[in-house]
Design a protein around this ligand. Structure first.
Ligand SMILES: Cc1cc2nc3c(=O)[nH]c(=O)nc-3n(C[C@H](O)[C@H](O)[C@H](O)COP(=O)(O)O)c2cc1C
Length: 610
C-alpha cells in the first residue's frame, strides 16, 4: 500500500497535485503578471502603511545571488525632494528628445513619462555591491548579478503592488550622480530604480507605449529559440508550436493562455517501458498472439498512459458538461432549448441513461453547468461553473469571445483536476446541450475543410427540412465568422459551445495527469479533435468508445486516426457510449493481468514459423 507521508513512495499524481498551487492562487499570479502596467498618472490617495509594508516585504523576498540581498528601499514622501527629482527628470527628458527625429521627437515630448509629483510616494531601490562583503557566492563570474538580483526585488514589488490595486511607474530618465546627491546615496551604491507608487487613474489593457503606437509587443514565438541561438524551427517534441504561432496572441497578453500552455506542456509521451512490459506479457498469455484484437492493443495503450505494466481502474468517473447554444433557437434541433436544463436535473436525480450505465460501470457522474441558459436550482452534486447563459447564435456573430473560450477550457481543467485529486484513474467524457451537433458540425467543417453537408447529421432527429436549415445555418455562420482552421481556439470560440470548449480543458487536464480519456460520440470527439489539433500528443491518451450514427463522427475519428471499440448505432451523447466502453477497458486490463502465461500454465507456446 502506498504511504502518504514518505515522498519516496508518492505517486506522480500525488506529487504533481501537491506541487501545484490551487487554481485560484495560480490564476492570481498570472493575473498580476498580465495586468501589471507602468503607471504615470496617479490619484493623490495615500497608501495605507500596512499595504506598503506588505509590498516591501514581498520585494525583500526576491531571489538574490549568494542570498546577498543587496537592496535598500529608500521611501520618499517629502515634497522638496520630489521637486528636485522632478527637475532632474525634466532636464533629462528634454536632453533625450534631441536623439529623436520628427515626428518621433514631438510624440516623445507629448508622452507623460513620470508621475513623480502626482504619486503619493516615491521609492528609490538601490543596490549595494558590498552588502555581503567582497566575495559573494555565485557572483564571481558575472559581477552584475547583484544588479540583476535588485531587479528581481523591483519586479516583486511591482507585481505585489498590482495585486493590491496599486500602480508603479519606473523613472529611468534621471542622471545617477545627481540623483545620488539629492538622496544622499554613497558613491559605491547604485540607484537601480526610481519608482512612483500610488493608486492609478486606470490600469490599461496594453502598455501605454503600445497604445500610442510607439512600439508593439513582439509575437511570443519570435522571442523563442530551440536548442541554439537563432534556431526558431520547433522540434517535433514541442507540442506548443501551434499555440505559439496561433493568432490568439492578443489573448496571450490579456489573460489566461499561459496556464493553458503550462497544462499542455505537462503532457508526456506514453511510457514505453510499461508498454513494452505489457506487450511482452500479451505475447506470452495463453492465446494466439493478437487474438484478442483491439482489447490487446488498448491494454498496451493503457499501460503506457498509466505508466503501469498491469493497470487496474478503481476510481472511474464520467464528466458531463452542459450548456446551451444560441443557434438552437433557429430550428436546428428537434427539441426546445429548455430540455438542456431539464436533462441536467434528470442527471442529478440519477434517472438518465448515463446514470444507469455509470452505476453499472462503477463510475461516478460529475455534472457541471458551464453555460445553461437558465438558472438551475442548487444541488449538492451540481458544479456551478456557468460562463454565460448560452452562447450567441453563430449565425449572428462569434458564439463567444476568445476569452470566454479560454475560461471554459480552464474550467474544464479545474473540474478534472479536482477529480484527479479524488483519485480518478479512468475518465469518460460526455455533454448535454440542445443544438450542440450544429456547433460540432460547424467546428468539424471549419477544421477539416469538408463540405458542411458531409459532416452534418440529424442530431436529435430532425426532418429533411430541419436538416437543410441546419446546413444553411452552419454555412452562414462559417461565411460570417470565418473561423481560422489553423487556430483551433478561434474555431471553438466562433462556432463552438461552452461545453465543447470545457471538454477541451477536461481532456487536456486528464492527459496532463496521465488519466486515460474515453471519448463519447460526435460532440465529445469534436472536443477531442480540437485538443489534438492544438496538442497532438494528447491523441495517445484517447480511447474512442464507439462509432456514432452522426455522419460527422466518422470524419472526426478518421482525422484523429482513432478506431472505435463499439458500433451500437448510438446517438444519445451524455457520455453513454464512453461509459459502456469502460467495461471493455476493465476486461482488457484484467485479461492482461489475470490470464496465465504459457509458462505459468505449463502450455506449450506455438513456435513461430518464419
Ligand atoms: C528599467 C525600466 C525603465 C523604465 N523607464 C521608464 C521611464 O523613464 N519612463 C517611462 O514612462 N516608462 C519607463 N519604463 C516603463 C516602460 O516604458 C514600460 O514598462 C513598457 O512600456 C511596458 O509597459 P508596461 O510596463 O505597462 O507593460 C521603464 C521600464 C523599465 C523596465
Amino acid at each position: 500500500m502506498e504511504s502518504t507521508t514518505n515522498p519516496a513512495t508518492k505517486s506522480t499524481v500525488q506529487l504533481q497535485s501537491e506541487a501545484l498551487f490551487p487554481l485560484a492562487w495560480r490564476e492570481g499570479v498570472y493575473q498580476a503578471i498580465y495586468r501589471r502596467r507602468d503607471i504615470r498618472r496617479f490619484r493623490p490617495d495615500p497608501i495605507p502603511p500596512a499595504i506598503l509594508a506588505r509590498l516591501l516585504d514581498a520585494a525583500h523576498h526576491a531571489p538574490s545571488v549568494g542570498f546577498m540581498q543587496p537592496w535598500t528601499f529608500l521611501v520618499i514622501s517629502e515634497q522638496q525632494t520630489r521637486l528636485r527629482v522632478q527637475d532632474l527628470f525634466e532636464r533629462e527628458r528634454l536632453a533625450a528628445s534631441h536623439f529623436f527625429d520628427e515626428p518621433e521627437k514631438s510624440q516623445y515630448l507629448s508622452l507623460k513619462l513620470a508621475g513623480i509629483l502626482d504619486a503619493p510616494l516615491n521609492l528609490c531601490v538601490t543596490c549595494d555591491p558590498m552588502r555581503a562583503g567582497p566575495t559573494v557566492l555565485g557572483r564571481n563570474s558575472i559581477p552584475e548579478t547583484d544588479l540583476y538580483s535588485t531587479c528581481c526585488a523591483i519586479e516583486n514589488f511591482w507585481l505585489a503592488a498590482r495585486a493590491e490595486g496599486l500602480g508603479v511607474g519606473w523613472v529611468s530618465i534621471l542622471k545617477l550622480p545627481q540623483l545620488r546627491a539629492i538622496l544622499g546615496i554613497p558613491p559605491h551604491v547604485i540607484p537601480v530604480a526610481y519608482l512612483c507608487v500610488g493608486y492609478p487613474e486606470a490600469f490599461s489593457e496594453q502598455p501605454e507605449l503600445e497604445q500610442v503606437g510607439w512600439r508593439a509587443r513582439l509575437p511570443l514565438a519570435s522571442v523563442i529559440a530551440y536548442e541554439r541561438w537563432g534556431q526558431t524551427e520547433h522540434p517535433a517534441w514541442i507540442p506548443l508550436h501551434t499555440l505559439l504561432a496561433s493568432p490568439s496572441t492578443t489573448i496571450q497578453t490579456s489573460g489566461s493562455i499561459t496556464p493553458l500552455l503550462a497544462v499542455a506542456a505537462r503532457i508526456q509521451p506514453l511510457d514505453t517501458h510499461a508498454m513494452q512490459a505489457a506487450r511482452t506479457r500479451q505475447a506470452n498469455l495463453t492465446k494466439p498472439q493478437g487474438s484478442l484484437g483491439l482489447l490487446e492493443e488498448v491494454s498496451i495503450q493503457l499501460a503506457g498512459i498509466t505508466r503501469k505494466p498491469c493497470p487496474r481502474f478503481s476510481n472511474k468517473a464520467v464528466i458531463i458538461l452542459a450548456a446551451d447554444h444560441g443557434v438552437a433557437t433557429e430550428g436546428v434541433s428537434a427539441y426546445p432549448q429548455a430540455v438542456t436544463a431539464q436533462m441536467v436535473q434528470n442527471f442529478l436525480a440519477g434517472r438518465a441513461a448515463i446514470n444507469v450505465l455509470a452505476r453499472q460501470a462503477g463510475a461516478r457522474v460529475v455534472v457541471a453547468d458551464v453555460g445553461v441558459c437558465s438558472d438551475l436550482p442548487t444541488h449538492p452534486q451540481l458544479l456551478r461553473k456557468k460562463i454565460g447563459y448560452g452562447t450567441r447564435s453563430m449565425t449572428q456573430g462569434a458564439a463567444m469571445s476568445q476569452q470566454d473560450a479560454l475560461t471554459a477550457i480552464m474550467v474544464g481543467i479545474e473540474i478534472v483536476q479536482n477529480e484527479v485529486q479524488r483519485g480518478l484513474d479512468l475518465l469518460a467524457i460526455g455533454e448535454m446541450g440542445i443544438g450542440n451537433t450544429t456547433a460540432a458540425s460547424a467546428i468539424v467543417a471549419a477544421l477539416t475543410g469538408r463540405p458542411v453537408t458531409e459532416v452534418t447529421g440529424r442530431g436529435t432527429g430532425i426532418d429533411e427540412a430541419g436538416w437543410k436549415r441546419k446546413v444553411a445555418c452552419i454555412e452562414q455562420a462559417l461565411q460570417l465568422n470565418r473561423p481560422n482552421a489553423a487556430d483551433p481556439l478561434d474555431v471553438v470560440a466562433k462556432v463552438g459551445g461552452y461545453e465543447i470548449a470545457g471538454l477541451v480543458g477536461v481532456i487536456l487536464g486528464a492527459a496532463s495527469s496521465q488519466v486515460p480519456v474515453i471519448i463519447d460520440g460526435f460532440i465529445a470527439s469534436t472536443a477531442a479533435l480540437i485538443v489534438t489539433e492544438l496538442c497532438p500528443q494528447v491523441r495517445s491518451y484517447l480511447i474512442a468508445s464507439h462509432s456514432s450514427v452522426e455522419i460527422g463522427h466518422q470524419v472526426v475519428l478518421e482525422r484523429m486516426e482513432l478506431r472505435p471499440l463499439l458500433n451500437l448505432n448510438l446517438r444519445l451523447g451524455e457520455g453513454t457510449g464512453a461509459v459502456l466502453a469502460m467495461h471493455l477497458l476493465d476486461n482488457a486490463v484484467t485479461l492482461l493481468s489475470d490470464m496465465a502465461t504459457f509458462e505459468e500454465a505449463g502450455v506449450a507456446k506455438q513456435v513461430a514459423i518464419s
